[in-house]
Design a protein around this ligand. Structure first.
Ligand code: IVH
Length: 667
């Protein structure tokens, strides 16, 4: 046989075997046999370089490492997906479709596992793989052609009749067992193990040297193309079949569902199957099956109207604990904060999580460098659940609580039996800064234009140190600061002027006295009606107020007895700051006496509008469901607060019911 013929035969044979192994998951020959054929081809190609074919499996790796990744523009943007978290979200999605497509009966859905890897685009011209890129910002990604060519599951040449141009989209991922093997090797080499298959896949693809990528066990599933018209397919289901025929691995759990109820059933099946699958999935993607309907529905700015991702609930993810920072709170409490390798949980990127206090770190046995399990539930702050101690390399370091304040260097105290380590320096700059930022924030006097960023700027410049300094800011000094100007200086000074006559309760909440939040401040205003009367109240009088407990009373007494505080309040008085109790309305406002918590997403109002409405209607806002709360307004995707409210028997309102209540209607 001629060398040319044998080269062609070997290429076809090896590609066929790779296809059987990586795509059909049904190998015919042993790994040893494959290697023998591969080496035969290599030596033939060595002897006759002019016979090397573009689809030769030996051409998957080669060339020198890159200096950097070039940019690669996508001809059609690579969109992302809207997320849904409940079956209700899916039903709403289908209702919306029906409304949008008026009277058109939908033709079913393609329900597909949402693969947890990296989206890539593969450009085939005249049937050959020419370019591969990451998604990037959706418009431009990175050219990783040479890295992608090393993935055996990606065909270098299409199998069927090829259109002129075919841009295939899909997910590069690593199987769970592949990660275990890879991590073993990483550890043997004294390198850091990867926290999860997704990070490992991303890290492997972003190697400038494709020879390294080639050694990583990466896989691929195709799920779409940029322009389906070129394929002659009418539906997504047909397209998936087409992609399979062209030689791509297509997930076997993709399912055509005639109705949304079938989609919901399939989601349940996938949720059961999830942990048995050899690769990670983080939900299901639901697509309108018919392309003509997809076209009619079109896209919003970042995501199509014809698809939704139904995510799995209560998600935990693994990532790396890179560092621990110690934050000084407004009241001097030192809080350790985990700095994490960014990881996506439930659609949000988590890069920091509170570690609460020293005892918590000890209990969870956390070390810097650990792989950690992180969880995020609904609107709750992300949390480190535990360290994955079996992934330790020995290079992890213990976390030591500081003995001195990271801001003012004074000795920290941790009273016996208490969990919190505290800086008790009354003039600690970190505490002062936080106090100032709280005073002007939305939770305080809500001084527009003086958000945390600007407060920090003025503080760093030494222009403000204590609250009275805010009222002494001068136009000529502000206007020339970086990021300011005449107009912003004018606006901020006007807002500060307005903040000279706050409601007493707002003022009390703005001071940031320990244990005095918005609700307690309201109770104090109702009872005392003036700052002077409150300042001279004794503990018994405070405790007499329903809703003011031992801790709050103690804290108030300590606060008003402290000399720096009296000096500050006197100074504020001198500067014309005059908090006053609100007029008691004769008519009675619709939400008088109500303490309201919002949870979930509101559709008609922003959170700020809703809060303002509550205040305007005489009600109070609380941030968590406590004894004092009377109503809970549940928006879309309401989470744990709704459950707690139901358990505690609070009145639960929909957004519409809340709105009619503010109109004075009874519900
Ligand atoms: S379709 C416009 N199908 O999910 C349609 N995406 O948030 C978008 N993904 O970046 C892509 N499995 O990485 C589609 N069966 C699937 C998918 C899938 C995983 C990922 C993909 C994309 C992200 C969208």
């Amino acid at each position: 046989m001629k060398a040319a013929e044998r080269v062609k035969e070997l290429c076809e044979l090896l590609n066929e075997h790779a296809h059987r192994y990586y795509v059909l998951d049904d190998p015919f020959i042993s790994d040893g046999e494959y290697d023998r054929l591969f080496h035969e081809l290599l030596s033939l190609e060595d002897a006759y370089p002019n016979l090397i074919r573009a689809d030769s499996p030996t051409r998957r790796v080669g060339g020198l490492p890159l200096d950097k990744f070039e940019q690669a523009k996508h001809r059609q943007p690579m969109l992302s997906l809207e997320n849904g978290f409940t079956d209700e979200d899916l039903n709403e999605f289908s209702d919306k479709l029906k409304r949008f497509l008026t009277h058109q009966v939908t033709t079913g859905y393609s329900a597909e596992p949402k693969l947890d890897g990296l989206a890539v685009e593969l450009v085939y011209q005249q049937g050959y793989l020419q370019q591969g890129s990451t998604r990037g910002d959706g418009f431009t990604g990175e050219n990783i052609t040479r890295q992608l060519r090393t993935i055996n599951a990606i065909p270098l040449k299409l199998v069927g009749v090829a259109p002129e141009l075919l841009e295939v989209r899909g997910e590069v991922y690593m199987k769970k067992d592949g990660l275990v093997e890879l991590n073993k090797k990483q550890l043997q080499k004294g390198l850091q193990p990867f926290a999860n298959p997704r990070n490992a896949a991303a890290g492997s693809l972003r190697q400038l040297d494709p020879a390294i990528t080639a050694k990583r066990p990466l896989r691929f599933f195709a799920y779409g193309v940029s322009a389906p018209e070129a394929t002659g397919c009418r539906t997504q289901t047909q397209l998936l079949e087409y992609l399979r025929e062209q030689g791509f691995p297509v997930n076997r759990h993709n399912l055509f569902c005639p109705e949304m109820s079938n989609v919901i059933d399939h989601f349940k099946a996938l949720a059961m199957l999830r942990h048995k699958l050899p690769y990670d999935i983080d939900g299901m993607v639901v697509k309108v099956d018919e392309f003509s309907l997809q076209d009619r529905l079109g896209n919003k700015s970042r995501a199509p109207r014809w698809a939704i991702a139904r995510k799995f609930p209560a998600t935990q993810s693994t990532t790396k604990l890179l560092d621990v920072e110690f934050q000084v709170g407004r009241t001097g409490a030192i809080t350790p904060v985990a700095v994490l390798e960014p990881v996506e949980i439930d659609g949000a990127t988590v890069s920091r999580a509170t570690l609460h206090n020293q005892d918590e770190i000890k209990r969870k046995d956390l070390h810097v460098g650990d792989s950690v399990l992180v969880q995020r539930a609904g609107d709750v702050i992300p949390e480190v659940v535990k360290a994955l101690t079996n992934l330790r390399t020995g290079s992890e370091c213990q976390i030591a609580m500081p003995t001195h304040c990271p801001a003012c260097n004074s000795l920290l105290t941790k009273p016996e039996g208490e969990a919190v380590t505290r800086c008790v320096n009354g003039v600690c700059p970190a505490q002062q800064l936080r106090t100032l930022a709280h005073y002007t924030s939305k939770a305080g006097l809500d001084i527009e234009g003086l958000g945390a960023k600007y407060i920090e700027q003025l503080f760093d410049l030494g222009m403000i140190q204590t609250i009275p300094d805010i009222y002494m800011l001068r136009h000529d000094l502000l206007k020339d600061l970086e990021g300011w100007g005449d107009k912003s200086a004018d606006n901020v000074l006007a807002a500060i002027e307005q903040a000279k006559t706050p409601n007493l309760s707002q003022f009390l909440a703005a001071l940031g006295i320990r244990f005095i939040g918005e609700i307690s401040a309201q109770l104090l205003e109702q009872h005392f009606r003036s700052l002077a009367t409150l300042q001279s109240a004794d503990k018994e009088e405070l405790l007499d107020i329903d809703g003011i407990g031992e801790q709050a009373a103690e804290s108030l007494i300590n606060y008003f007895q402290s000399e720096p505080v009296t000096l500050m309040l006197d100074k504020l008085h001198e500067l014309g700051v005059n908090p006053a109790a609100a007029e008691v309305s004769a008519t009675g406002l619709p939400l008088e006496g109500a303490v309201i918590v919002f949870t979930g997403t509101l559709l008609q109002l922003s959170r700020d509008e809703a809060k303002k409405l509550v205040k305007d209607c005489g009600g109070h806002i609380a941030s968590s469901v406590t004894k004092k709360v009377t109503h809970v307004v549940a928006g879309e995707k309401a989470g744990s607060k709704l459950r707690k409210a139901t358990d505690l028997g609070k009145i639960i309102l929909s957004e519409a019911e809340f709105l009619s209540l503010t109109q004075g209607d009874s519900i």
